[in-house]
Write a protein that binds this ligand. Structure first.
Ligand code: TEU
Length: 575
């Protein structure tokens, strides 16, 4: 089959199955529930589903800890249900991709069970085992690496008296990609099994972590007074990374499959291009996190520092231009939410009753008028918000949040530090994206049967914010997304493939502007009057003058305020 780039114009809707919709009236969502909502998603304008992990899993990291790639978590259904889901998407002219989690398995995967059983087991080398170091007679892990979940990246195994590496939870041992037999079994089990059942591609989890260094060395001390240190430079973008991806590319090519890699901690554009250059046949595209990490402190994932519209302009410009301009053959993504982030309306907009709807509509334009492949996360189309600040921390169920609070508690630095950590979680915890989707204003927000307790508390605001209400209100956030997507689909030359440029001088005269202003131009050398669109987003709760010149002859195509027809009138709050 010839390799095409069908995915460039895909409009992807991400489903996190545990919280999407329960078709069988249990505490969690399931595949039957997803099938029953496909028409809702199609009506929004999305044409591709990304399903977060639905595989067998003890759910320590909510499915990102897979115990069998070729099976489905009974909570969500069966392999036959997953096949039915693929078919139901295809029947509607939609495509579907699954999550591919191949940096680690669950510690319950049979491969790891065998690996840990003895030093001589044939699968011992399928995971990463190292002896202890002894410092002053004290047993220490092989390196000082901090895992992504705030503990040592090495776990001592009593039985065989060695440490194994886990960049995430203790229950997520890292796979040894240097073992060819293991790599072959892994790719067959995780990729071919599903591609041969009609799957259209993958979102590739932690795509730059598979190649570990040959020698494990300590990370330099960047956080004083503590032993464990962030070690991203030690374990990201390792030496064999692109060989592995080319091998995967050969499999994907046979199925003309799409991939979107999750690429963290890679600020160097030249490095990013290696992952997505079309001619290299590795990945279709990647998620870059410069915008999502705005104001996030480098050493503490959760701590939030102030950021400005000028900062947002800078990250947006970089992500919109670096991979596609100047003859580069890469491709980019456009998104503001996923299952690892706080809700965008709470983080980048304003979730107060007065501004929630408007600011969410405004943010929908930042996603849908940007070039590349666009992504919407479940509930984003309804302006679902972060959980209320009044919720006790006990309602936060994510291992990331729990371990983070524990780390702060263990550091024993006092009440002020603890309060700062809680404040950070109220904005950035992954839990905010994981509350059940609010379908109706009825019992359990229509997420499941009324007599069961959903696995996670439903956000208190479901009576005001729910799909049923928004579907019948033509001014709702849902319908605004629908219009924005329709406009994008009508003008792919501008909104999918167009050339991005900022319209204000954010590094100089306009550095304090509250308006994000950018143009999208058709990439053409031949047209006499090429099309241009201008996007003006007021990210503040005050009226802002329009300081962009030359708009008089333009026409307002879409505004959060329908009375706005004058292209040069000041922008209302969050217009
Ligand atoms: O996330 C990888 C990652 O490093 C961060 O983006 C992540 O949010 C991290 O957990 C910080 O706390 C991916 C998945 O998206 C995430 O849900 C999984 O927990 C993780 O991989 C492990 O598979």
């Amino acid at each position: 089959q010839k390799r095409t780039a069908w995915w460039k114009e895909a409009i992807v809707y991400q489903i996190w199955p545990k919280s999407f919709f329960s078709g069988n009236g249990s505490p969690t969502g399931d595949i039957k529930g997803i099938i029953s909502k496909l028409d809702y998603i199609k009506q929004l304008g999305a044409n591709t589903i990304w399903l977060s992990p639905h595989y067998s899993s003890p759910m320590i990291d909510e499915g990102y800890d897979i115990s069998d790639y070729e099976n489905v978590n009974p909570m969500f259904g069966t392999v036959a249900d997953a096949e039915q889901l693929i078919k139901e998407c295809h029947d509607r002219g939609m495509r579907i991709i699954f999550d591919l989690v191949i940096n680690h398995t669950s510690d319950q995967h049979k491969w790891f069970q065998e690996s840990r059983s003895s030093k001589t087991n044939p699968k011992r080398d399928w995971f990463i085992w190292r002896p202890a170091r002894y410092v002053d007679g004290k047993r220490m892990p092989p390196t000082n690496w901090l895992s992504c979940f705030n503990q040592s990246a090495w776990e001592w195994d009593e039985k065989t008296e060695e440490y194994y590496l886990h960049l995430f939870a203790i229950e997520q041992p890292d796979i040894n990609w240097r073992n060819d037999e293991c790599k072959k079994a892994l790719l067959e089990s995780s990729m071919e099994f599903w591609l041969s059942r009609g799957l259209d591609g993958f979102r590739v989890d932690t795509v730059n972590l598979y190649s570990k260094p040959e020698q494990f060395e300590d990370a330099p001390v960047t956080v004083p007074d503590t032993y464990l240190q962030p070690a991203f430079d030690q374990f990201c973008n390792g030496p064999e990374m692109h060989n592995y991806l080319r091998e995967m590319g050969d499999i994907l090519e046979k199925y003309d499959a799409m991939t979107v890699g999750e690429l963290g901690n890679t600020p160097d554009v030249k490095e990013v291009l290696k992952y997505v250059g079309f001619s290299r046949n590795e990945l279709s595209m990647v998620f870059q996190f410069e915008t999502m990490n705005l104001g996030r402190s480098q050493v503490d994932w959760y701590i939030q520092e102030p950021w400005s519209v000028a900062d947002l302009a800078k990250t947006t410009e970089m992500m919109q231009t670096a991979l596609t301009d100047s003859g580069r053959d890469g491709w980019q993504t456009s998104f503001l939410e996923n299952h690892d982030q706080g809700r965008s309306v709470s983080r980048f907009g304003n979730d107060s009753p007065e501004h929630r709807t408007t600011s969410a509509k405004m943010l929908s334009l930042l996603v849908s008028m940007a070039s590349g492949t666009m992504y919407v996360y479940q509930g984003q189309e309804l302006a679902m918000t972060n959980v209320p600040a009044s919720w006790d921390m006990k309602e936060y169920l994510d291992i990331g949040s729990i371990n983070y609070l524990k780390q702060v508690k263990d550091a024993n630095k006092g009440e002020a530090d603890m309060e700062r950590a809680k404040a950070a979680l109220r904005v950035l915890a992954r839990d905010h994206a994981r509350t059940p989707v609010q379908w109706t204003d009825g019992p359990n927000a229509g997420f499941t049967a009324e007599n069961v307790k959903p696995w996670m508390r439903i956000n208190d605001n479901f009576k005001e914010i729910n799909a049923a209400q928004q579907l019948q209100d033509k001014d709702s956030v849902y319908h605004f997304w629908q219009k924005a997507i329709a406009l994008r689909v009508q003008h792919p030359d501008l909104f999918v493939h167009g050339k991005f440029s900022l319209l204000l001088d954010y590094k100089g005269a306009d550095k304090d502007s509250k308006v994000l202003a950018f143009a999208k131009d058709v990439r053409t050398e031949t047209e006499v009057t090429p099309k241009r669109s201008v996007v003006l987003l007021n990210l503040s709760d005050a009226e802002q003058p329009i300081e962009v010149t030359g708009l008089e002859s333009g026409k307002v195509a879409l505004s959060t305020h329908h009375q706005s027809t004058d292209p040069v009138a000041p922008l209302s709050p969050y217009e």
